[in-house]
Design a protein around this ligand. Structure first.
Ligand code: PMV
Length: 331
């Protein structure tokens, strides 16, 4: 009997053009393409060990056994890996983040990217990047963007084969900084799974989706040409459009807290003073304040003076998911 184990690391990502709503909820085929940047310095470490004695898959996050929805999603990815490798053996999955759980930074993207890579490495499979990205997508849509490095585009596609992410520029391409203003440490009340599900009930979703390809083109061009002003205008528009959809869905979701709006206003104030800076907000109240390395200290010290911000975490364009070790033991 063989026990095969591997450990992989992956970073979360922040979406500049956002994924919100699925064309196929089972496979997480999104209603629109999206663009993101990996958050360097933040990572999930996941070890997968296939153990022949196990009677079912086991998931431990920070050494605590997990059940329910998170275990269900992990099994979905592991079942696919077992299909690929032709094995029936169950696995023990151990996962931990190097960023505190309470910071409100979504960890599902890094978690499922690291899981997909560790599970395939442990099975001795050597998948292409696009195949790994498709596998990670099954666990959490945005996880497909945490497989490639740097600045990443997820082409929506129309089926399992065609829906995956690839890098449009490496991490060293642009010295962008994400100053994450943490305004709440509590978990979001309505998760992205439900948000994707009800997105279609907003009268604005159809327009958001219809115009997404044009925003993708502008955002990709802004990144490739390092045009910060163009980047700022499209990133804020896209974020506002996603939140307009959440606020007008049935039921309505308001992810913002009062301090979220305060930070938005302060970012605008800084921009009026000539500082190149913009904001984007995912499915939670924390604000990702984006600027260039040259303005980081100015932006951070301004953010530091805003009452209600609990913490500021700085992140830089991050690399791809990678697998650290692989061991094979014969029992
Ligand atoms: O991958 P999910 O299901 O957690 O959805 C992510 C949704 C957003 O973070 C709000 C947007 C995105 O593109 O990452």
């Amino acid at each position: 009997m063989e026990n095969n184990s591997a450990t992989a690391f992956a970073s979360p990502n922040i979406a500049f053009i956002k994924y919100w709503g699925n064309a196929d909820p089972e496979l997480n085929i999104p209603s629109n393409g999206s663009i993101s940047m990996n958050l360097g310095g933040l990572s999930t470490k996941t070890t997968v060990e296939f153990i022949s004695q196990l009677k079912e898959d086991v998931l431990l996050i920070d050494d605590k056994p997990q059940n329910g929805e998170s275990l269900h999603r992990v099994k979905k990815v592991l079942n696919k890996v077992r299909d690929y490798s032709g094995t029936q053996i169950y696995a023990e999955v151990k996962s931990q983040n190097n960023f505190p759980a309470g910071t409100g930074i979504a960890s599902s993207a890094s978690a499922f990217a690291a899981l997909s890579l560790a599970a395939t490495c442990a099975s001795g499979l050597n998948l292409m990047e696009s195949e790994l990205s498709r596998l990670a997508r099954l666990g959490s849509g945005s996880a497909c963007r945490s497989i490639p490095g740097g600045f990443v585009e997820w082409q929506a596609g129309t089926d399992d084969q065609s829906s995956y992410a690839k890098s449009i520029a490496p991490s060293e391409h642009w010295d962008l900084v994400d100053c994450i203003a943490v305004v709440s440490e509590s978990h979001k009340s309505i998760g992205s799974k439900e948000g994707h599900f009800i997105a279609q009930s907003s009268p604005f979703q159809a327009t958001r989706i219809q115009e997404a390809p044009a925003r993708i083109i502008v955002c990709r061009e802004a990144i490739l040409s390092k045009d910060f002003d163009l980047f700022a205008s499209i990133v804020e528009l896209d974020s506002n459009m996603m939140h307009a959809v959440t606020m007008t869905s049935k039921p309505s979701i308001i992810y913002w807290h009062p301090t979220t709006l305060t930070v938005i206003n302060e970012v605008r104030k800084m921009r009026r003073r000539g500082i190149p800076v913009c904001y984007t907000i995912d499915a939670g109240p924390n604000v990702h304040v984006l600027c260039l390395e040259g303005s980081k200290s100015q932006v951070c010290s301004h953010l530091g003076s805003i009452p209600g911000i609990l913490e500021i975490i700085n992140s830089y364009p991050g690399g791809p998911a990678y697998c650290l070790e692989q061991s094979e033991t014969n029992n």
